[in-house]
Design a binder for this molecule. Structure first.
Ligand SMILES: [Zn+2]
Ligand SMILES: [Zn+2]
Length: 114
């Protein structure tokens, strides 16, 4: 049997829950319903257990622990996202798309000539 803290909406401990509800939130000893989704390489994520109160929601269904949310926030503030987008190589056009584009441009060329 494990004991977890129970909080009111102001974050005060108002009691505890006993049971086997999985890992504790290391920050507040509440029930950790979430794991940190921060990528740490090799398709792995941080996986730090977090409760609903301690996680930081950075995108729909993406939750970061407090320290990773801070890292992400710094990265974003320093223009990291824009920098990353600039480095993205355009997806190579497939032959089909190439011919389609040629066809459209060819027709546009002909129609402007007449
Ligand atoms: Zn917590
Ligand atoms: Zn984390």
């Amino acid at each position: 049997m494990t004991i977890y803290n129970l909080f009111d909406e102001r974050g005060r401990v108002v009691g505890n829950i006993r049971g086997d509800l999985g890992p504790h939130c290391p920050d507040c000893m509440g029930v950790a319903d979430y794991l940190c989704d921060y990528p740490v390489g090799d398709d792995l994520t941080c996986d730090r257990p977090m409760c609903e109160r301690c996680l930081k929601c950075v995108a729909p269904n993406i939750h970061y622990c407090a320290s990773h949310a801070k890292q992400w926030e710094n990265f974003r503030r320093n223009g990291g996202v824009a920098q990353q987008l600039k480095n993205v190589v355009p997806f190579p056009a497939t032959p089909f798309f190439f011919f389609l584009r040629q066809g459209i441009e060819g027709r546009a060329y002909v129609s402007t000539r007449h």
